[in-house]
Design a protein around this ligand. Structure first.
Ligand SMILES: [Zn+2]
Length: 723
């Protein structure tokens, strides 16, 4: 599943792993305050899983305040240590600081993402700028940097192993990147920018949640929903009732431009309305309009990059990426544009023909695309999504599909638990056991769409793996699968099935983490690497042996017919002008926003300027964006505008990692597919390594060669112009 997911590794120093007050110097240690309340100590549940039965909404704000004070005192103790700076007393001590802050932040951000409410939103708005200032206070502390630099400068003589060296390098370069080498005036300016960015990106997210909710399609006449299934209409009626509009029908928006119902609604005017609701959701010149926030975020980022001597924000943020600079990323994407644009035009012509053949007289528009593409697809592959869904019941997909593949490849086994407290009754939990029967971790699964959950799908940790602390991973997957009415089977589309495998791919990366330091372990890897293992795990969703095991009719238990499997696989290559095109467009749009100089960015202020820049950038690409709009428009591109950095100048990562993924799929298939030996090799070379090594080296250890773009282009039916 392209572009549907993020991992949450964005709290940098704030959720650095941390530990008890054991960092004070021998003589006259500064007093480290003791925390109180739930978050003061690790949870006493298995593997320190959060105890939601004990956590109250009112706990967070005071816990954040205390935890920041404790963290600051721990850092001060490192600075005040009279001993010469060493790797242990400075770098490892830093890694150990801020434990309580890590505990409160991981739980808090899990909930603001998946199960938020007005109280949590208010705490978020209040605490975000404070956290940002706290983090800056540490990374920009000159005395602390002097100690870190002393250790870094002596690194050649310290006899550190590879993992220690990497921690030292990341700590040092992270501080330089945050501004440790800047003048006091420049530092003050960076702090100011960070604080405003934190506030304004939080504002962007909150406006977007409200805007998305408010822009839902509301109809009062059931006949306008013609084309939807009875179950979908019942769900729309239920949503309307929940929102205080009994008797009406509400179709909530998903976070992408494209809305699933566009493929089914037969009334063209209703389709156009739904599309426009989606496209203009945050551009209504009301209090939820996000465009001025977008303009300001972009300007602040460009200004910050300039303080570091970088021409633009993209150049500034890509320092630790596998691709390393914007030019590599842009070249990589732009080589696909001519073939992709040709493909979009050819697909549109095919759909125009289909529209004409059905007796209609209009040219295809974005709100028609899905419907007519589905018709052509149904003719070519003779199945519809509803037929397919009958074979995908969500818990069977999880237990007999996702878990089964993990068992065959890695020997993992899973046992459902019902005793762990959860934050919502729809969340389920599992113990995860390694091949030797020892416990590897705990897994939380939160599948269904809710109004208080942000869009998309993601994975993160409640507890990070770390040998330093003896911690095993506690991991959650969150998805946005529309929930069936009570009593109906919970059937999911094949797209959602792939998303489940995808998110579990991240979970495997977390479960197999085997590092000393949490800050380098599991999914704490570069932005353009983190989506690679998750995308690779998607391959098992349609792998025949796995499919045969989980894809069974929910009513009869009959296995999915082989002919249907063949069609699903063939159909995956269909509609790439749209499916692949919308992602490439979003990735290029992201890069264009973040390649602006401060002067260029300053000229974009009013909502209309944002639209004009977006329009110009999209037109420049040469792709057919009037027919195939980008997967996210600027005003609701939360991947890149939520959080001070978010996925900014990073959305290309989905494509970059797909290159790694397609090439790796080829490796698995060339070596016998779903075997324990293949799984073990992948675990040893990629999944267990975290960020403790160079990414190109890991990749070569796995496949034996440099990443090759050919398998990806082939998979999309694209052939590069040259070579
Ligand atoms: Zn992902």
């Amino acid at each position: 599943m392209l572009g549907g997911c993020t991992t949450m590794q964005d709290y940098s120093t704030a959720d650095r792993p941390e530990t008890a007050a054991d960092t004070a110097a021998e003589n006259g240690p500064p007093a480290i305050p003791q925390g109180t309340g739930y978050f003061a100590q690790p949870s006493d549940l298995p593997l320190h899983a959060p105890d939601f039965s004990k956590i109250k909404d009112s706990d967070y704000a005071p816990a954040f305040e205390q935890a920041m004070k404790i963290h600051s005192a721990e850092v001060q103790a490192i600075i005040d240590n009279p001993a010469q700076p060493t790797f242990e007393n400075t770098i490892v001590a830093l890694e150990k600081s801020g434990r309580m802050l890590g505990r409160v932040a991981t739980v808090f951000y899990a909930l603001t993402g998946a199960n938020t409410n007005d109280t949590l939103q208010a705490v978020d708005a209040e605490i975000s700028p404070k956290l940002s200032a706290h983090s800056d206070g540490i990374t920009l502390n000159p005395q602390l940097f002097a100690r870190v630099k002393a250790v870094y400068d002596a690194r050649a003589s310290l006899g550190l192993d590879a993992e220690d060296s990497k921690l030292l390098e990341e700590t040092y370069k992270g501080m330089v990147h945050a501004g440790a080498m800047l003048t006091p005036e420049q530092k003050a300016k960076v702090k100011e920018i960070n604080s405003e960015l934190s506030t304004i990106t939080t504002e962007f997210s909150q406006k977007l949640i409200s805007a998305t909710k408010a822009a839902a399609l509301v109809v009062d006449d059931k006949s306008k929903l013609a084309g939807l299934s009875d179950a979908e209409i019942a769900a729309a009626a239920k949503t309307a009732e929940e929102r205080g509009m009994p008797g009406k029908y509400v179709i909530a928006l998903q976070n992408t431009t494209r809305q699933p119902s566009l493929g089914a609604l037969t009334d063209r005017a209703v389709r156009e309305e739904l599309f426009n609701n989606s496209w203009t959701r945050a551009e209504k010149n009301d209090e939820n309009d996000t465009r001025e926030a977008v303009a300001r975020i972009v300007e602040l980022r460009a200004q910050k990059a300039a303080l570091f001597g970088e021409p633009d924000w993209a150049s500034y943020v890509m320092w630790d990426r596998m691709a390393k600079n914007p030019k590599t990323a842009l070249d990589f994407m732009e080589q696909m544009v001519p073939a992709l644009a040709a493909r979009q035009r050819a697909d549109a012509a095919m759909l125009d023909k289909e529209i004409k053949a059905s007796g209609k007289n209009f040219a295809v528009k974005p709100w028609d695309w899905e419907m007519y593409a589905d018709k052509v697809k149904a003719k070519k592959f003779a199945f519809n999504e509803d037929e397919v869904k009958q074979y995908f019941e969500v818990h069977r997909v999880l237990e007999d599909g996702v878990f089964y593949a993990a068992n065959k490849l890695y020997g993992l086994t899973f046992k459902k638990r019902t005793d762990l407290p959860v934050y919502n009754p729809d969340v389920s939990t599992y113990d995860v056991f390694d091949a030797d029967g020892s416990q590897l971790g705990i897994f939380y699964f939160d599948p269904f769409q809710r109004d208080n959950k942000r869009g998309g799908a993601w994975m993160s940790n409640f507890v990070d793996q770390s040998h330093l602390f003896g911690d095993k991973p506690v991991i959650y997957n969150v998805l946005n699968i529309p929930k069936a009415p009570d009593g109906e089977p919970q059937l999911v589309s094949f797209d959602n099935v792939e998303t489940m495998f995808h998110e579990f791919g991240h979970a495997l990366h977390g479960f197999f983490a085997n590092g000393k330091y949490a800050s380098l372990s599991g999914t704490a890897v570069a932005r353009d690497f983190v989506e690679y293992p998750s995308q690779t795990n998607e391959m098992w969703a349609s792998y025949p042996e796995v499919l045969a095991h989980y894809a069974k009719n929910w009513k009869t238990g009959a296995p999915i017919p082989q002919a249907l499997i063949d069609k699903i696989i063939a159909a995956k290559k269909f509609n790439q002008g749209y499916d692949f095109g919308e992602v490439v467009e979003a990735a290029l749009l992201d890069m264009k926003w973040h390649a602006l100089t401060p002067e260029q960015a300053a000229a974009i202020k009013a909502p209309a300027d944002v639209d004009a820049f977006e329009d110009k950038s999209l037109k420049q690409l040469g792709l057919e964006t009037d027919l195939v709009p980008p997967r996210y428009r600027s005003s609701y591109f939360s991947h890149i505008f939520s959080g001070p950095t978010g996925y900014s100048a990073g959305y290309y990562s989905y494509l970059w990692t797909e290159m790694l993924d397609r090439d790796s799929q080829k490796w698995f298939l060339d070596h016998g597919g779903l075997t324990r030996a293949n799984g073990q090799h992948y675990r040893d070379t990629i999944l267990s390594r975290g960020a403790a090594e160079d990414y190109f080296k890991m990749y070569k250890d796995f496949t034996g060669h440099e990443p090759s773009v050919e398998p990806m282009l082939e998979a999309h039916g694209l052939v590069p112009d040259k070579k």
